[in-house]
Design a protein around this ligand. Sequence first.
Ligand code: ZN
Length: 337
Amino acid sequence: MFDGKLEVRKSSDHSLVMRGIEEERFLKLHGTSAHAQHFSYNSHYEEGTLPSSLLWHAIFGHLNYDSLHLLKKNGVVGLLTIPRKLKQCDACILGKHSKQSFHDSHSRAHRKLELIYSNLCDPIHVPSPNGNKYMMTFIDAYTRMCWVYLLKNKFDSFQTFKNCHTWIENGAQSHIGSIRTDNGKEYTSNEFENYLHQHGIKHQTTVPYNPQQNDVAKRMNRTILNMVRSMMFFKNVKLIFWVDAVLCVVYIKNRCPSNAIRNKTPYEMWYGHIPSVKHLRVFGSTCYALIPKVHKNKLGARSHKCILLGYSNISKAYCLYDEVNKKFVVSRDVIFF
Ligand SMILES: [Zn+2]
């Protein structure tokens, strides 16, 4: 290695296999090896070695630099200064259709739950460990707060909506005025329409062949999947964890600024105060979860090696996967490097 550059050559004929260039304190490998792409964005990206711009870009699900600055400007708690603009992120190129952020139309709602948008995405072809294939999103037009539910099949849509209805109305202490959906069968069944009628919820559906009228929900699904792909590529996380990535993305997305609500975060609009992001870490990072006292033995390890899969919505804790014992763990006592 010399002058920040490294060359890997075959011992047999000295032909060049891979070239490494030092970028922002880590070595980035470029080459023709079958494993080259893994090297380029995986093994070097432990949190402690990342430059802060790339670190926060990764923590926020590969959020664009301008939005990260907006968060800082708006006083989000725990966000460190981001010193410079990112040149390029491999995981973004691999995971997103486009690096451009879209401009969302401003919300026309005047109160929480006056209007919610909903969309059911096409099936995901990698089964999750418990068989989920679909994601169904709900977005409040006024606050842009988003909720996501995972479904095993389309027939669960009606029950899912009922669960969501109870959950968000209790949270907001307010009633849903209207729901806007496309004309998918999951939203137009008699039982669904009867339920809406009984609860005084108006149903706005898109004109056939004009699904763009439900663009807010469709764009949200696209954005979620773009972020999911980037986050999984970035840390080379196994595809079976896509459900955890989806839940993590929505948690993060609710803490990202949206131009539809004048660059505030949905969290702030919904809860009335600016979120703290001190606890956020890069999805897929290696970490160590403390073993509870009752499971410890005198000479055994004090913690389990895990990977971060997200954040609990019901307590201040991390959702982890213990790769040694092959089990999901929720823990508050976690050490990251
Ligand atoms: Zn990125």
